[in-house]
Design a protein around this ligand. Structure first.
Ligand code: DC
Length: 238
């Protein structure tokens, strides 16, 4: 019988709407995803934070972020107790928010994220964020791999130069001393690794709607996505 009980049991979860926002670092997807989750009253999955946590924790444990260490890092990731308490990332009871958010945390994330076994180890955790009334999922492969049935998929892009400028301003505002050419180089390196990897490379899903935010404000991007949300009937009845 094609309609097995197992399939029927899965129906309720698949009816919970997911809005995926994928794109490269600095495209503004983190900000947009958080604003959309707030406006819709939906849950938020920051999947990049998961890879950042795994990369930083592996370094704490003196594990080289090297393909040879893939099974060890994947086993470590599987056993971690990860909690998001508001904006804070708490791992095995320790707050590591500051460390995961710096440039080194991003570079470490990009390395562990290229390991297929590590990606598998966080799949169930990511899908577990799909809860009523809905989920906004921010990442690189939310629409292509993790939530392939999402009713709305957005791919948010921007030129590398514009993304480096945005990051530069952000870090300057935090009082950190940074170099713009250095940031551009880091962004280009990370892009090459994220787009070029064999597993879940960064690319728009075939059914994704693409926005190039290079010369757009955050508000304009938000408004455009909300238009699509409404067009697809995803807003909660009020
Ligand atoms: O979005 P972010 O900058 O926090 O992501 C950090 C790194 O994690 C980034 O280099 C790519 C990787 N990543 C990924 O491979 N898949 C995801 N779904 C999210 C992030």
């Amino acid at each position: 019988m094609p309609n097995s009980q197992a399939n029927l049991d899965r129906v309720p979860i698949l009816t919970i709407p997911v809005l995926t926002i994928d794109g490269p670092s600095g495209s503004g997807k983190g900000t947009i995803a958080a604003q959309l989750a707030e406006a819709l009253g939906w849950h938020l999955l920051d999947s990049g934070a998961l890879y950042r946590i795994i990369g930083v924790t592996a370094q704490h444990r003196d594990l080289a972020l090297d393909p040879k260490m893939e099974p060890t890092i994947a086993a470590m990731a599987e056993a971690l107790q990860i909690e998001f308490v508001g904006e804070l990332a708490v791992v095995d009871g320790v707050d590591i928010t500051t460390e995961i958010r710096n440039e080194d945390g991003g570079a470490a994330a990009s390395k562990v994220a290229a390991m297929p076994a590590v990606r598998d180890s966080v799949m169930a955790l990511q899908r577990g964020f799909r809860r009523e009334p809905g989920l906004v999922a921010d990442g690189r492969d939310m629409g292509t791999v993790v939530f392939t049935d999402a009713p709305l998929k957005v791919f948010l892009d921007a030129s590398a130069e514009e993304r480096a400028q945005r990051r530069y301003k952000q870090l300057k505002n935090k009082g950190l001393s940074v170099s713009l050419p250095g940031l551009l180089e880091q962004i280009q390196e990370r892009d090459a690794r994220d787009r070029g990897r064999t597993v879940a490379p960064l690319k728009p899903a075939e059914d994704a709607l693409v926005i190039d935010s290079t010369s757009m404000t955050i508000e304009a991007v938000f408004d455009q996505v909300m238009v699509w949300v409404k067009e697809r009937g995803l807003t909660n009845p009020s």
